[in-house]
Write a protein that binds this ligand. Structure first.
Ligand SMILES: Cc1cc2nc3c(=O)[nH]c(=O)nc-3n(C[C@H](O)[C@H](O)[C@H](O)COP(=O)(O)OP(=O)(O)OC[C@H]3O[C@@H](n4cnc5c(N)ncnc54)[C@H](O)[C@@H]3O)c2cc1C
Length: 379
């Protein structure tokens, strides 16, 4: 049993100075953008913004200086991410590379891989996508079928990935593949870092129900990549992916996806709000504050080098429930006679369509609850 432990969020140095510096930087550099884009900002792609953010030292913050990183404490990075999301900054281009691909390459990659990929990630110029899901393997990743066979020339990859966010805009994919012929379930899996311009790779768009192109299908047709594409240890892919998911599940993005709606509601409510609106603002703020403490405590456990699988899953589950419920709760209290073009109305409409997916991405609700139950010794 893993148990559940809360850690104090204790970053080094003057965090309020870091916040203030970033707020000043954002005031000078953040494009105004549309309110709907600002709402789900970790999907908003803006290469120029990512480059400028990287040059200012706010990407790759925890990476060593010899790879272009800032050698900052992980909790300083947490504060920066929180500020960027609360401001609705367009961080989508570098998001996955900074959050999980960079740390994974640092932890498991070879020296050659680190030198090749980490400086570009820290500059906000190299983008990555996550190749886990397949048509027959979503929640059940042990059902992965995409294969990579080692030959004299390198690895030959055949198969298909699906729901790959940002593949059409990324430079590399970190793919979970079956490297041992005849292996089953979570044995015999490995991770390969594949340049997306390699011959034999076809990327096809999947348009979501809001009409956006974030998702893709990726087909690997006898794709040959060098032996050096293997990240970490052959056959240890399952363990590596599990560590990667800890980074993916507990950040402030798990409760701030609908944050722009709360800010817009507060603006629209004005100085003499309707009592029902005032009550809802109070409830949402209190709930968000509690989630924030939980997420910060989980970040502190990650920063201490421990594996907060249970805590990260609790943040994801409660955070997703909060950000999914918020649009419906706002809809229930605001005046229905609104102007259809008003920011609040447009934002609400967009979040009512987008929010059902919040509890799917990064692991579905039922599966996350199963992880929590197992971690607490309840099953
Ligand atoms: C916005 C978004 C972005 C995404 N981006 C990426 C990405 O970049 N890369 C990537 O690889 N994937 C990505 N995904 C895919 C995502 O990880 C999968 O959708 C998710 O893992 C669920 O898999 P599935 O869709 O195959 O559903 P299934 O696994 O088929 O599940 C269907 C239903 O059955 C339930 N279920 C399944 N197993 C169990 C169980 N053991 N116990 C109880 N209930 C169960 C599930 O909870 C769900 O309700 C993204 C998804 C979304 C929505």
């Amino acid at each position: 049993m893993q148990g559940f432990a809360l850690y104090p969020f204790d970053p080094p140095g003057d965090i309020s100075a870091l916040r203030a510096d970033l707020r000043t930087w954002l005031a000078d550099h953040q494009p105004r953008g549309d309110i709907v884009e600002r709402a789900n900002c970790w999907a908003s792609f803006d290469a120029g913004f990512s480059r400028a953010l990287g040059a200012a030292g706010y990407i790759g913050m925890t990476l060593p200086a010899r790879y272009g990183g800032g050698e900052r404490h992980p909790l300083e990075r947490y504060v920066v991410i929180e500020e960027l999301l609360a401001a609705g900054a367009p961080v989508g281009a570098h998001w996955i590379a900074d959050r999980q691909t960079g740390p994974l390459i640092l932890r498991y990659g070879s020296e050659e891989q680190r030198q090749r990929y980490l400086p570009g990630i820290a500059k906000g110029e190299l983008y990555a996508c996550i190749g886990l899901s397949e048509p027959g393997a979503g929640s059940d990743l042990a059902a992965v079928r995409t294969s990579a066979r080692e030959t004299a020339e390198g690895w030959r990859i055949n198969g298909q990935k699906i729901w790959t966010t940002g593949a059409h805009l990324s430079h590399v994919i970190l793919a979970l593949v079956r490297t041992e012929e005849g292996s089953e379930r979570n044995a015999g899996l490995s991770q390969l870092l594949v340049d997306l311009d390699t011959p034999g790779i076809t990327i096809r768009p999947i348009i979501d129900m809001a009409g956006n192109h974030d998702f893709n299908e990726i087909f690997f047709d006898d794709v040959l990549v060098p032996h050096g594409a293997l990240i970490g240890t052959r056959g240890e892919g399952w363990k590596q992916v599990t560590a990667e998911l800890g980074l993916e599940r507990s950040g402030p993005e798990r409760y701030l996806s609908s944050h722009a709606l709360l800010a817009a509601l507060i603006d629209a409510a004005g100085s003499d709000p309707d009592p029902a609106v005032a009550a809802l603002i109070g409830e949402l703020t209190a709930e968000m504050w509690t989630l924030r403490q939980l997420s910060m405590s989980t970040a502190a456990k990650l920063a201490a080098g421990e594996d907060p699988m249970v805590e990260a899953s609790v943040v994801k589950e409660l955070g997703n429930a909060f950000e999914q419920d918020m649009p419906r709760r706002v809809q229930a209290v605001i005046d229905c006679g609104w102007d259809d073009n008003a920011d609040l109305a447009r934002l609400l409409r967009a979040l009512l369509i987008a929010s059902p997916s919040f509890s799917l991405r990064g692991g579905t609700r039922e599966v996350i609850r199963g992880i929590i139950a197992r971690g607490l010794g309840l099953r």
